[in-house]
Design a protein around this ligand. Structure first.
Ligand SMILES: NC(=O)c1ccc[n+]([C@@H]2O[C@H](COP(=O)([O-])OP(=O)(O)OC[C@H]3O[C@@H](n4cnc5c(N)ncnc54)[C@H](OP(=O)(O)O)[C@@H]3O)[C@@H](O)[C@H]2O)c1
Length: 359
């Protein structure tokens, strides 16, 4: 019988995802690199099958999966650790979901569209807060303004906490090229190269451009789109700091040895697996995602705002729903899929609302 495997189950997001799957009545296999840690987790969660795999031994990751299984991986940073799980899903013929927010990794998953179609599996990357709500809000706004040729998406948060895994992933991302979709083409562009203002529940919020899955997924589902922009909204000093850091990192990236030295230093300083916000902190977090449909002159034709809570709980709930639905044969298509074309707008809207994100 086919199964769901949660790889990275002992990490912060992996554990939340395993809990969400069990709460849905699923029976996931909990996989991690240390036998004692996964066995303790399984006992804490009331009993579950376990497996041991390490990305430094790709054969051990491949051995987790059989044809028809569903892999959910939260083993990050994905630019450093992600490839063996993706390769294992393709080799086994297992559907694939990940929690990455790292643009260059997302781009790499979409580049595996053809092999995924050949083996008949779905690849659903960035299936968490990054970047499901933006895809959903864009789908909803394009339903209201189907004549739009562009969509601009902003993510905003109040009182967010971050996990060690998120900080490690952000540190690695600073040295990678971002991208955007402009004039009908995917173009390489520095993260933070652009700033855009959005109306966020009656207040003006500014966001810096980031590489998301929307650029790759929406332009397939809505071929009329010539421009897709994704922006991460931060408060003033943080936004300016990130833009300056991105500029600095861009300059360092141009110089090979300096890049390697700085990356090595960051890898030692910024550790993953150090936990994340507790339930009380998660309960305080609020988030908004705005999508504006625009015409060729850049005029806004329609706007949709979705409001939600904590990104980690949303990520875990969506990964659990997506994996459970895929196991039941509910995926609409094969290849590299976005949230909207993977599940359909109405099913996605309902799942996101259950996970706390709605208009
Ligand atoms: N898209 C989103 O909105 C979103 C939301 C949440 C998280 N994320 C991303 O998801 C990733 C995980 O975040 P997190 O907060 O859960 O981080 P975390 O707590 O550091 O978890 C990372 C997991 O990877 C495992 N791991 C590390 N090296 C490994 C190896 N060599 N072989 C096998 N497993 C290995 C860790 O195992 P150990 O437990 O043994 O250390 C741990 O289970 C990050 O990249 C983060 O940015 C994205």
């Amino acid at each position: 019988m086919s199964k769901i495997v949660v790889f990275g189950a002992t990490g912060y997001t992996g554990r939340l995802t395993a809990e969400a799957l069990i709460a849905r009545g699923a029976t996931p296999v909990l996989a991690g690199r240390h036998a004692t840690a996964v066995e303790k987790l399984a006992a804490d969660l009331g009993g579950a099958d376990t497996a041991v795999a390490d990305v430094t031994d790709p054969a051990s990751v491949r051995a987790l999966l059989s044809r028809g299984d569903v892999l959910v991986t939260t083993v990050g940073p994905f630019l450093r650790h992600g490839e063996p799980a993706l390769a294992a899903a393709l080799a086994a013929g297992a559907h694939y979901f990940d929690s990455t927010g790292e643009g260059p990794f997302i781009r790499g998953v979409f580049e595996r569209d053809a092999p995924a179609r050949e083996v008949g599996i779905g690849l659903l990357t960035a299936f968490g807060f990054d970047y499901v709500p933006g895809n959903l809000a864009a789908g909803l706004v394009l339903r209201e303004a189907p004549e739009a040729v562009g969509v601009e998406i902003g993510y905003f948060m109040a009182s967010p906490g971050t996990s060690g895994g998120t900080r490690a992933s952000m540190a690695g991302m600073l040295f990678e090229q971002g991208f955007a979709h402009r004039g009908g083409e995917l173009v390489t562009e520095r993260t933070g190269a652009r700033v855009r203002a959005f109306d966020v529940a009656g207040r003006t919020g500014r966001g810096l451009s980031v590489p998301g899955s929307e650029h790759l997924a929406l332009t397939r589902a809505y071929p009329q789109l010539r421009d897709v922009g994704v922006y991460l909204g931060l408060t003033g000093p943080v936004a300016r700091g990130l833009q300056a850091t991105s500029l600095l990192a861009g300059a360092i990236t141009a110089v090979g040895p300096a890049r390697r030295a700085t990356q090595g230093l960051l890898t030692r300083i910024v550790k993953g697996s150090t936990g994340g916000p507790d339930a009380a902190a998660r309960a305080r977090t609020r988030s908004w995602v705005v999508a504006e449909a625009v015409d060729a002159a850049g005029r806004t034709l329609a706007s949709v705002t979705l409001k939600g809570g904590d990104p980690y709980e949303f990520t875990a709930a969506m990964l659990a729903w997506g994996a459970h639905t895929a196991l039941d044969g509910g995926l609409r298509g094969v290849g590299a899929l976005g949230p909207v074309d993977g599940f359909g707008l109405d099913a996605l809207t309902a799942a996101a609302a259950d996970a706390g994100f709605a208009r």
